[in-house]
Design a protein around this ligand. Structure first.
Ligand code: GLU
Length: 304
């Protein structure tokens, strides 16, 4: 497949389409981003990569980071992790307190906020310096070492994170948190503050297209079975309450974030990162969704 030509055609097509989305506004930093930026970058398992637009610009990857913290926790704990959280799509808002009450403090999956908070708690118990351990883990996934947290985003998340504070305390009340809520929240907010460019993202997530192995050094990051399971979770739970729609229109596992980024994986083929900051009503990048829908349609390749 001449994916470069297809990518270029679809990029130009979507660039011209009206963006009906809106910037995330729950923290001032995200509302200040230039809304016209648009980037796509693909890395494939043959070692080839290609991108268009603002591919070197770093942005707030937000909930896309939940996949990476989950991978590190899953790699460390193995299957015993499922005592602490489930694998079902939430069918509810990603920050729902009601669902957590019904589920007795066991989050539905690792990609809703409650699930990512439990994962943060697990990593704090496993590592002396969990932030550094997470950074080291992420830096081991691709040759790119220039990946860091943003202190401004971290502070802002912390100052505006009232619902996350509520969720974390709620989990503690159900005895599904081993550490103190303040410490867990600090690490959770740090996770949300990670910044990467589309070029970096497609390289970092490529191991999920490569059966759990990092392509640059052939190191096993997670097992083949864990990689399959994480792709399954992204497929069913990666797009808030729009995961069904993404599967329906795009047909690839993926994960989005409120910074307007989306990573999608074609197992045994490629990882593709798209970024356009304005979000649709469900909190996913408006143009990012359009781009991936048109890209998988034009390339006639999806997992289905
Ligand atoms: N920092 C956001 C929150 O916890 C993450 C939102 C997202 O990307 O889903 O609410």
């Amino acid at each position: 497949m001449d994916y470069k030509a297809i990518l270029e055609k679809v990029y130009n097509q979507v660039s011209k389409q009206e963006d009906k989305g809106a910037l995330a506004s729950y923290i001032p930093e995200l509302a200040r981003v230039d809304p016209l930026q648009f980037a796509v970058h693909v890395s494939n398992i043959s070692g080839d990569s290609f991108g268009l637009g603002d591919i070197q610009t770093k942005f707030s990857i937000q909930s896309m980071a939940k996949v990476l913290s989950f991978c590190l926790a899953y790699k460390t704990l193995g299957e015993s992790i499922w005592k602490r959280l489930g694998v079902e799509p939430s069918g509810n808002a990603f920050n729902s307190l009601v669902q957590l009450e019904n589920d007795q403090g066991i989050p539905r999956n690792p990609f809703i906020n409650a699930g990512a908070i439990v994962i943060a708690d697990i990593l704090i118990s496993q590592f002396e310096d969990p932030s550094q351990a997470l950074l080291d883990f992420i830096r081991s996934l691709s040759p790119n070492q220039d990946i860091a947290f943003s202190n401004t985003i971290f502070e802002s998340e912390k100052n505006h994170g009232f619902r996350n504070i509520a969720l974390c305390n709620f989990i503690k009340s159900f005895n599904n948190l081993d550490n103190e809520p303040e410490e867990v929240l600090d690490f959770y907010f740090k996770l949300c503050s990670l910044e990467m460019s589309c070029t970096q993202l497609s390289g970092v997530y490529l191991f999920l297209a490569n059966n759990g192995k990092a392509l640059h050094n052939n190191q096993t990051i997670i097992s083949k079975s864990q990689s399959k399971r994480i792709n399954a979770l992204m497929q069913t739970c990666g797009f808030y309450d729009e995961s069904g729609e993404f599967a329906f229109k795009v047909g690839l596992p993926g994960k989005s974030g409120v910074g307007g980024g989306i990573i999608a994986i074609h197992p045994n083929q490629y990882a593709i990162a798209v970024w356009s900051p304005k979000l649709n009503k469900k909190g996913n990048s408006f143009k990012g969704m359009l781009f991936l829908e048109q890209f998988t349609t034009a390339s006639e390749l999806s997992i289905f």
